[in-house]
Design a protein around this ligand. Sequence first.
Ligand code: GDD
Length: 421
Amino acid sequence: SYKAVILIGGPQKGTRFRPLSLEQPKPLFPIAGFPTIQHHIEQLCSKVEGLREILLIGFYQPSEIISFVSQAQRDYSVNIRYLQEFTALGTAGGIYHFRDQILFGRPTAVFIINADVCGDLPLDEMVAFRGTKPEASCIVLTTEATREQSVHYGCVVVDADSNEVMHYVEKPTTFVSTNISCGIYLVTVDLFEQLSSAFDKRSQLALHNDGDSMEPIEAIWFEADIFPNMASTGRFFALHTTRWWSQIKTAAAAVYANRHYLRLYHETHPQRLSKQTDDGPTIVGDVYIHPSATVDASAKIGPNVSIGKTVIVGPGVRLKESIVLEGAVLQDHSCVMHSIIGWNSVVGQWARVEGTPIGPNPNMPFAKLENKPLFKPDGRLNPALTILGCNVQIPRETIVLNSIVLPHKELSGNYKNQIIL
Ligand code: GDD
């Protein structure tokens, strides 16, 4: 049998996801109509035979996670629980701390998934691959990146014949390999022995350095404490994928992921995609509309749009390449493109909310989406999506371009390339 851990992190992470992470933990942000980690849960449930339990590990307050967990528990036929770290324990510290619960029932192997990645994850192939490598204590999923971008990831040098990981360097300062870690692993009970030695080593160090480290001694990182040492020991292997995979570090990446998860629905959940009907709105390409949303028949929606719960889309609205969150209202003839419209925000009549199209460089094979910082070195805003935080009011006939509007703001006048506080 199998288990899975999803590393959801905690509140001080995900600052690049503001203002959207102010309202809700980033792992619960809806993409293609469903919370980010629900896509992981669905892929685990559909691709891993014998999956017994999914453990979400992080340091959010339980109150922020619990309603998601109880809903997911009802929707999927697998046990789902949240285990809270008492403080940030790194990527492997929580797994070590909760080892008894993870290993309870003696699972054959355990998936570990970073919550902030998305993709068409070949979890079934990882299970099959493990069958051919009985000596493996860890299998890492890898993908190809450009030389330039690879250094922002865990870089993996792999033996072409055996698929063994010979060398692992996290975010190297100079080029190491275009093979990068996807932040998805399949591990066996042996790995826990290595976590245990890493923990002992840290405790020893802490005794001698009397605590000049900011981190608790219980913090352990796969990327620094485990993987570099495990390389070349005959127990660490890589499975390469060429399917779609991306990080979700920024709001722009959420809109990019939205596009891809909608496309995957053609195979996995065709019923979630809106179909053109005689008396409904014009649907272009892939669109998800929550059943409780009201969309006027004269609106034109798509491609690549997700519309959340109880959203109202008025007559003559044009909406594309965007995510509209629960409770938002797009009034008559407004136009929204390349944007995220926050919870309960209102876009007035004839208003125009527009961002800049984003995507990986199409001329560079294997390019990933850049995690661009908000500002350029000259202090101007990098062109990006337009994002409205929750409860923002855009008056009628207003234009908002490439801007970020913080929650509860009522705009007056037009804005371009600004952060509106
Ligand atoms: N539970 C818990 N506790 N989770 C954590 C903690 C923690 O203290 N710190 C980070 N995480 C979670 C994050 O929520 C995220 O899902 C994942 O661990 C990795 O986060 P980062 O530490 O920000 O690393 P990264 O995303 O820059 O790089 C990692 O992922 C890349 C792929 O996306 C590394 O594993 C890279 O090697 C890898 O290429």
